[in-house]
Write a protein that binds this ligand. Structure first.
Ligand SMILES: Nc1ncnc2c1ncn2[C@@H]1O[C@H](COP(=O)(O)OP(=O)(O)OP(=O)(O)O)[C@@H](O)[C@H]1O
Length: 339
C-alpha cells in the first residue's frame, strides 16, 4: 500500500464546456456577424501545484475559457469545478479561490502601485497591517519598490503589467489564472514573475493556469500544456510529450547571404521541402537527411552563399505547426505557414 502513489487532486476540472456568442444582425452598411462557438466541448484537468498552459492561435477560445473558469462568463453548458467548488452554480465563490489577471486590466490604473497591491490584499480579506506587509513583500519580490508611489497610468506598459501581476499575487489565492501575464515585459521582469510564481508553487502548492502565445516561455515554465484550436482541445501533454509526438525530425534553418544558390541541383531539391521566408529556409527532416543537408550547405559554392544555419530538435512551435499548420513566433507574432 505504502508504495502506491496517491492520485493528485484536480485543482480545476472542466467538463464539456460550451459557449456560443450569439450572432449579431446586420445593421445598415455592416455585415451580419455569425454566431461563434468559442468553446466547443472542452474537458480539462489541472492538478494541484501544476503550472498548466493554454496555447493556441488568436481566436482559439483561450480567454473565453478562462473567463468561464473564473466565474466571469456563464457557460451555455458544461461543468467547472475549482478546488471542489462548482463555479457554474456558485460563480461568486471564484473571488475566494482564485486570482485572475485578464489581458486588459485597467481597473487599477488610477491607483499607485503600492495602493493597488494593498487594496487588492484588503479586498481579499487581509487586515490592514497584514495587507501592508504583503504589499511590501510582493513589491520587493518583483523589483517594484522604487515605483510604489507612482500611479499605474503613469507607468510604461511593461511596468504596469508587472504591477498588475503584483496585485494578482497578494492575498495568497490557491489558484492563479494569468492571461498573458508577461506581455510587454523585459527579460528581467519576466524572470522575476516566474520566480515569484514558482516560489508560491513550491511553498504553498499554488496552481497556475497560464494563457500564453510565447512558446519559448511556455517550454521553460509549463508542466503541461493544452493546445486549443477553434474552441477545442487538440492536444494536451507535457511539453516533452508533445514534442515526442511530432517524431524525431529535426529543424534545419538556413539563412542565405543574398539569394539561395538554386542552380546547384541538391540545393534546388532542398528548396522543394523548405518553408521559405525571405532569405530564410526552414526544413523539417529526419536526422540522417538533416546531416546530409548540413554537409551540402557547408561545402563549396553553397557555403559561399550561406550566411547562417541552425540545427535544432523539435520545439513547441514545431508541435504547433504539426498540429494545426499555424506558427507562433517567439515574440508572440502569429502567421500562417505556407507548406
Ligand atoms: N464578446 C464577444 N462577442 C462575440 N464573439 C466573441 C466575443 N469574444 C470573443 N469572441 C469570439 O470568440 C472566439 C474566441 O475568442 P477568444 O477571445 O476566447 O480567443 P483567444 O484564444 O483568447 O484569442 P487571443 O489569443 O487573440 O486572445 C473568437 O472567434 C472571437 O472572435
Amino acid at each position: 500500500m505504502g508504495s502506491e502513489t496517491t492520485p493528485t487532486r484536480a485543482a480545476v476540472r472542466v467538463e464539456d464546456l460550451v459557449k456560443t456568442y450569439p450572432s449579431v444582425r446586420s445593421k445598415r452598411g455592416t455585415p451580419a456577424a455569425p454566431a461563434v462557438r468559442a468553446t466547443d466541448g472542452i474537458c480539462l484537468r489541472v492538478h494541484q501545484g501544476e503550472i498548466f498552459g493554454l496555447l493556441g492561435p488568436n481566436g482559439a477560445g483561450k480567454s473565453t475559457l478562462v473567463r468561464q473558469l473564473t466565474g466571469l462568463l456563464r457557460p451555455d453548458a458544461g461543468e467547472v469545478e475549482v478546488l471542489g467548488h462548482d463555479l457554474v452554480r456558485h460563480p461568486e465563490r471564484a473571488a475566494r479561490l482564485l486570482a485572475y489577471l485578464g489581458q486588459e486590466s485597467t481597473a487599477l490604473d488610477e491607483l499607485t502601485v503600492g495602493l493597488a497591491a494593498e487594496t487588492t490584499a484588503r479586498l481579499r480579506g487581509m487586515e490592514t497591517a497584514a495587507a501592508r506587509t504583503a504589499r511590501d513583500e510582493v513589491l520587493a519580490e518583483l523589483g517594484l519598490t522604487p515605483l510604489a508611489g507612482r500611479p499605474l497610468k503613469k507607468l510604461s506598459g511593461g511596468q504596469r503589467r508587472l504591477a498588475c501581476v503584483a496585485a494578482a499575487l497578494v492575498g495568497d489565492r490557491p489558484l492563479l489564472v494569468l492571461d498573458e501575464p508577461t506581455t510587454g515585459m523585459d527579460p528581467h521582469a519576466r524572470r522575476a514573475v516566474w520566480a515569484a510564481v514558482d516560489r508560491r508553487r513550491a511553498e504553498r502548492g499554488v496552481t497556475v493556469l497560464l494563457v500564453t502565445h510565447n512558446v519559448i516561455e511556455a517550454e521553460t515554465v509549463l508542466d503541461r500544456v493544452a493546445v486549443l484550436d477553434r474552441g477545442r482541445v487538440i492536444a494536451c501533454d507535457t511539453p516533452g510529450g508533445l514534442k515526442a509526438a511530432v517524431g524525431d525530425e529535426v529543424r534545419l534553418e538556413l539563412v542565405w547571404r543574398d539569394r539561395a544558390p538554386v542552380e546547384i541541383p541538391d540545393v534546388a531539391a532542398l528548396a522543394a521541402a523548405a518553408v521559405v521566408t525571405g532569405r530564410r529556409w526552414t526544413l523539417r527532416l529526419p536526422p540522417e537527411a538533416a546531416r546530409e543537408a548540413v554537409t551540402l550547405v557547408t561545402t563549396g559554392e553553397a557555403f559561399a552563399a550561406l550566411d547562417d544555419f541552425r540545427l535544432a530538435t523539435p520545439s513547441l512551435e514545431d508541435v504547433y505547426v504539426a498540429l494545426g499548420g499555424r506558427a507562433v513566433g517567439a515574440d508572440g507574432v502569429e502567421g500562417l505557414v505556407k507548406a
